[in-house]
Structures are given as C-alpha cells and as structure tokens.
Design a protein around this ligand. Structure first.
Ligand code: ASP
Ligand code: MG
Length: 292
C-alpha cells in the first residue's frame, strides 16, 4: 500500500482539449506513485459552448440542438482517437450523458437562469471526467471516478455555491478512501446541494475545487498543470517578453489574481493558506520542469 501522502492535481480545460492532452495527462499521472486526487475541467471551450446552448434553450431557440450535436461530435472525435477496441462502449457512455442533458432540457420546469445554468453547464465536467477516467483505466492507470456533487456540498446559491465545509469534510473523507484506491478522478467546478441539485462554484472554479479537496483531505500539496512553464509575471498573450516566477507568496497570488492575471481562481488561496498547503503551477508539456 502507498504512503498516507495525498497530492491533488488539477487539469484545466486547455490541458484536456484534445486526445493528445488526455495522453499528456496520463503521462503526468504515471510519474507519481503517491495517492492522487485528480480534478479535471471541461474539455477545451466546452463551458462556453454549454453557455450558448443554455441561452438558446431559455430563449426558445430550438437551434440549440445543432450546438448540442456539434459539442457531442467534438467529444466523440476525442473518444475515437483515444480508444480502439472499446470505442463502442465509450461512445455509449458518452451517449448516456448527452441523453441526460437532453432529458433535462425536455422535462425541466424551473426556468430560473442560474438554476438552469448549473444543471446544464455542469455536463462539461461530467463528460470530460468520464472520458479521462475511462482512458486511464483502459491503459493501466486504475482510478475511481467520483461524482463531486456527492462530496462537495454547497447551499443552493446557483452559479456561486457556498461550500458547506463541515458536511463536505465527512463525505469527502468517506468517498476518497485511500485504503482501497490510490487514484481518484473527479470534476472541478461543480458541487451538489442537500437536495442533490447541481451547483457550480463560479467560472474557472476548478482550481477552487482542487483547493477545497486539498484542505478537506489534508493534502501535501496541490499542482495545477498548465500549458505554461509556471506563473509568469505577465500574460504571454499580451506581452512578448515574460519571465517565470519561481516563487509567489499567497498574498502576491491573491493580488495577481485580482489584477486579472489568469493564473488561479482567487478563491483558491484561502483553503490552502488556512492549512499551509503549497500550490505548484507546472507545465504538463514539461512535467519534469520546476514550475512555480
Ligand atoms: N469549466 C469551467 C470554466 O471553464 C471551470 C474551470 O475550467 O475551471 O469556467
Ligand atoms: Mg476552464
């Protein structure tokens, strides 16, 4: 059995936007033998695509069906590239999730924007984690898929759920039982209410999920795997010359986040700071590099 150490990894949408990204993720996971909690966002621009579907749905614009079809194709293409023999099975699992989405749209009677937002947009993470978990299991990286809504509990403030740490602590400790499994994979961004409706934690909330789980599980550290070498002093899309920072204090990270530097979700810091859990930002392309 492995040590009691738990590490939390977070992979954002950009890092799992393609089959190659999912393979990269597997390479990163393969380098570690500790207990791992892997938090994954929706693939690529899926969250934005689901926001458009939601807007059309609430607008009674039936062309949302076209958007759903293209979102499904995007994911199917990734599944087809990742799986050979069990492709059909994985396609069926994907079908089931899209059927759930369509069923919600057809049967829902509550048209509150924020409520619908969370019920619809959360599918991005449910779909991505289903695909990534199956991929890892197929290629020898045994893991258990966890529905984050069963362990991170929030109030019913849709789109900005307030996490109930006490309930979440009990559930998280029960569900992430490292005596039986070494690697758990779950969704960022989403949580569940006591009545089991879905909530979300704010855009880019997957970092926050990683921090919450690290706090609840007393993790050794959190690593956010990104397509940059680490935390940069400026946005490389806006500035030609940027340099990587080796170390950033939590206070500086809060300031950078509020200054709009898109490194980490501002809410991420507190759950880590409270327990003095270090946060690393590393490159999934060069996993051996030091990062920040
Ligand atoms: N998928 C969500 C978003 O794009 C959460 C995240 O990626 O952190 O906002
Ligand atoms: Mg994202």
């Amino acid at each position: 059995m492995s040590s009691g150490i738990v590490k939390v990894f977070k992979f954002g949408g950009a890092s799992v936007r393609s089959a190659e990204g999912v393979r990269n993720l597997a390479n990163v996971i393969n380098r570690y033998s500790e207990n791992l909690v892997v938090v994954v966002s929706a693939m690529g621009k899926t969250t934005n695509a689901l926001e458009i579907i939601l807007a059309k749905y609430l607008d009674n614009d039936l062309s949302y069906a076209v958007n759903i079809a293209s979102l499904k194709k995007y994911h199917l293409d990734i599944v087809n590239e990742l799986f050979n023999r069990i492709k059909d099975l994985e396609e069926r699992n994907l079908d089931l999730l899209f059927t759930d989405l369509e069923t919600f749209i057809k049967t829902n009677k509550n048209f509150d924007y924020n409520f619908c937002y969370d019920q619809i947009v959360s599918f991005g993470e449910l779909i991505s984690t289903t695909i990534v978990s199956a991929y890892l299991n197929t290629f020898g990286l045994d893991n258990t898929w966890v529905d984050a809504r069963n362990c991170i509990k929030s109030d019913a403030t849709y789109r900005e759920g307030n996490v109930d740490y006490k309930t979440s602590l009990t559930l998280t400790k029960q569900i992430f039982d490292f005596t039986h499994e070494r690697v758990f994979l779950t969704q960022g961004f989403i949580a569940g209410t006591q009545l089991n409706t879905t909530t979300t934690l704010g855009r880019e909330g997957s970092d926050y999920t990683a921090a919450i789980l690290a706090n609840l599980l007393d993790a050794e550290d959190v690593t956010i795997w990104k397509d940059v070498e680490g935390v940069l002093n400026a946005d490389p899309k806006l500035f030609k010359k940027t340099c990587k920072l080796d170390f950033v204090s939590f206070q500086e990270a809060i300031e950078l986040a509020y200054c709009g530097a898109q490194i980490i979700h501002p809410k991420t810091i507190k759950p880590l700071q409270n327990k003095k859990i270090p946060l690393y930002v590393k490159s999934f392309i060069h996993p051996e590099a030091i990062g920040t």
